[in-house]
Ligand binder design. Structure first.
Ligand SMILES: [Zn+2]
Length: 204
């Protein structure tokens, strides 16, 4: 279809969530920050791996369990080497996993800041009159879809709402309800848009 610009937005949390833990040294609930270091216990057949967090008040440590008592045969040697060498990309991948972190720690502090990498799939911004956006998220963000779209397209949230009410905007799955929820992996947003929004959707 001519005039349609298809773009993929790869969205990643900019700041990793922090577990809120009762620090027995500080004597109260404190955010803990990721140290970027793993602790691996690889004696015998069983392997444990934890990502180490430190209290922001006193440096007390807390272990975020990645796996426990795992059979050595079930772990790729390259993955084990990455844990043992504190591979930064591996540490980051676990540190941004808000769901797992919340399960282990009970309570977390999340941040709304995200980075958005925009990758045109099909069509050209020049002369485009409609947009089709595909959202890709490797990790959860608390950022609402309407705030993400308004910020990245350079439009107000009320304008977005109007587009939605006039059915100029389609969101799959969940339609309008998705606007007020955190942006999710696999969401597709499409609709007619003006030149400024189209330019903003494609770059920056
Ligand atoms: Zn502390």
């Amino acid at each position: 279809m001519s005039g349609l610009l298809r773009i993929r937005w790869a969205i990643a949390p900019q700041i990793a969530p922090r577990p809120l833990l009762n620090c027995n040294r500080c004597g109260g609930v404190k955010p803990y920050r990721c140290s970027g270091k793993f602790r691996v216990n690889a004696n015998g057949k069983r392997i444990d791996a934890w990502l180490i967090y430190r209290c922001t008040g006193c440096d007390n440590s807390w272990n975020f369990t990645i796996f426990e008592r795992c059979n050595r045969r079930d772990i790729e040697p390259a993955l084990l080497a990455a844990f043992e060498s504190n591979d930064p990309a591996l540490a980051q991948r676990h540190a941004i996993d808000a769901v797992a972190l919340r399960t282990r720690s009970g309570q977390i502090e999340e941040f709304h800041d995200v980075t958005v990498k925009k990758e045109p799939l099909d069509g050209r911004p020049e002369g485009a009159t409609a947009l089709w956006l595909e959202l890709r998220l490797d990790a959860a963000t608390p950022l609402r879809l309407d705030r993400l779209l308004a910020g990245e397209l350079g439009i107000s949230r009320s304008r977005l709402q109007t587009w939605q009410e006039r059915q100029l905007l389609a969101i799959e799955p969940d339609g309008a309800k998705a606007l007020r929820r955190p942006a999710r992996d696999g969401t597709a947003v499409s609709g007619e848009a003006d030149r400024n929004a189209i330019a903003a959707a494609a770059c920056g």
